[in-house]
Design a protein around this ligand. Structure first.
Ligand code: ZN
Length: 200
């Protein structure tokens, strides 16, 4: 906890003053252009990877960057997606998977999750992704599942009415990314699931 307290003190002392104007503006405006959906993994930091300033990314992070398909009933992820798309009018949605994902590794290697039943239940949202990658083995199985899972979540997103509406009106664009922790590289997935280096 001391680390966090010291971090807050450093932020107030060394970082905030240079951005005081930005924060003053942000105090009364919230107009992010991008909904960024990433994994909760501590090594995958959306603002760092994309060099975004406060106010630019609306972020949802879940274990395995999973977005359940639309279903009736209260759902925190669905509510955040809807708010970003229907209320904030984001124009880009990025689903970002990553190398060495614990959730995808547990699925690909069929880890025993009986001690973490909520995790096991949650990862059921990746069942279809796993079913499509059963031919791969070892590290390639995890890599293939990470990519397939990003594509599956893009499809799941499109089942949310707010996203479906925005896609039909061409006011939003969906992107699938995979971040490599070791190299820092980001690959963009094409429609067939092949990965190509993201270029500016
Ligand atoms: Zn992960």
């Amino acid at each position: 906890m001391d680390d966090l307290t010291e971090g807050v003190a450093r932020f107030r002392r060394d970082v905030y003053p240079a951005r005081a104007g930005l924060f003053a503006e942000l105090a009364s405006t919230h107009r992010p252009r991008t909904l960024f959906i990433g994994c909760s993994d501590a090594r995958v930091v959306p603002e760092l990877i994309t060099q975004s300033e406060p106010g630019e990314l609306f972020v949802i992070r879940t274990a395995g960057n999973l977005v359940p398909a639309h279903a009736p009933g209260p759902d925190g992820v669905a509510a955040s997606v809807e708010y970003a798309v229907a209320v904030l009018d984001v124009s880009e949605i990025v689903v970002c998977g990553h190398s060495g994902c614990g959730a995808m590794t547990a699925l690909a290697e069929r880890h025993d999750l009986s001690g973490a039943p909520a995790v096991a239940d949650w990862l059921r949202h990746a069942d279809a992704s796993r079913a499509r990658t059963t031919g791969e083995t070892g590290a390639r199985a995890v890599e293939a599942l990470v990519r397939e899972n990003v594509r599956a979540q893009m499809a799941n997103l499109a089942t949310h009415p707010s996203v479906a509406r925005a896609l039909a009106a061409r006011t939003v664009t969906l992107h699938g990314w995979v971040f490599d922790i070791r190299t820092g590289a980001v690959a963009e997935l094409d429609a067939t699931g092949r990965a190509a280096a993201l270029t500016a």
